[in-house]
Ligand binder design. Sequence first.
Ligand code: ATP
Length: 300
Amino acid sequence: MRLLTLSQLTKCYDGHTVLDAVDLTVAAGETVALLGHNGAGKSTLMKLVLGLIQADAGSVSIAGHGPGSAGARAQIAYLPENAAFHPALTGTEQIAHFLRLRGLDPRGAGALLAKVGLKEAARRRIGTYSKGMRQRVGLAQALIGAPKLMVLDEPTSGLDPVSRREFYALLADLAASGTAVLLSSHALTEVEARTDRIAILSQGKLVADGSLAALRAAADLPMTVHLRAAAGQAQALVAAFPEGVRRVDAGGDHLTLNCPQVEKFAVMDRIRGAADQVADFDIHPPSLDDIYAHISRRAA
Ligand SMILES: Nc1ncnc2c1ncn2[C@@H]1O[C@H](COP(=O)(O)OP(=O)(O)OP(=O)(O)O)[C@@H](O)[C@H]1O
């Protein structure tokens, strides 16, 4: 079931189009990463979804409800990049306060904080929390009312690698229970393995939308193969891969090859043929960084 549908969504500021006829959907249980350079239109898109600003053309549907309507607000939760909380309140007091504002039982705060891994710290003042812990308070707040769609603006910016991994594990649990997640990020490598689909905005236009595998296939970028020569075999190894064909770098006992996708079996055969000269080799498929740079360059 589609929880978010954007159709031809367009927004202009001062005669300048910052979002240009964007079509995008997010289904129940799906996690979609929205990528784009500074000023690409990510926050504008999220503000339109939240109903904070009005579109100039096109539409937003949140499970059939218009953005900002009571029906949409009941389904959607938002976590801003830097959620701010009162430092003097404990985690429990802060979440209980938000629960009361939503007309819900404040005794639910403990369960929400436990869900985001803050059970032990729940009675401590938020002023003593690390950034990662404050981000978890934000997630606990976003979970109030069991939203069906979560909109997260750069949720892991400033978090250390372990906190990032834990945050994505929480998102994976939410997605497994059917929540749709739309998140923006600049950290390409971290969304690479943790999202179902990647949507790329460039100058307000949606220039890519698909799984990493689909984007990788469409970009058709070469793989990189690093070879290490066996002892005394450096020259023979370099000679086995003529310059100008696939070799892009040779230095000392190392050799780097560019391997177009269509040639990967042929290159593997060739490496096997040179097995006596090779001590070891690694294959690197194009990363999301490579694919993103390629798609952005093409769009520009
Ligand atoms: N209220 C506004 N008035 C005029 N221009 C605006 C307004 N809000 C955003 N813009 C412009 O719209 C464009 C898109 O901005 P937006 O904040 O959506 O980008 P973003 O992709 O979220 O960028 P970042 O990654 O830096 O947060 C930018 O050129 C920005 O200057």
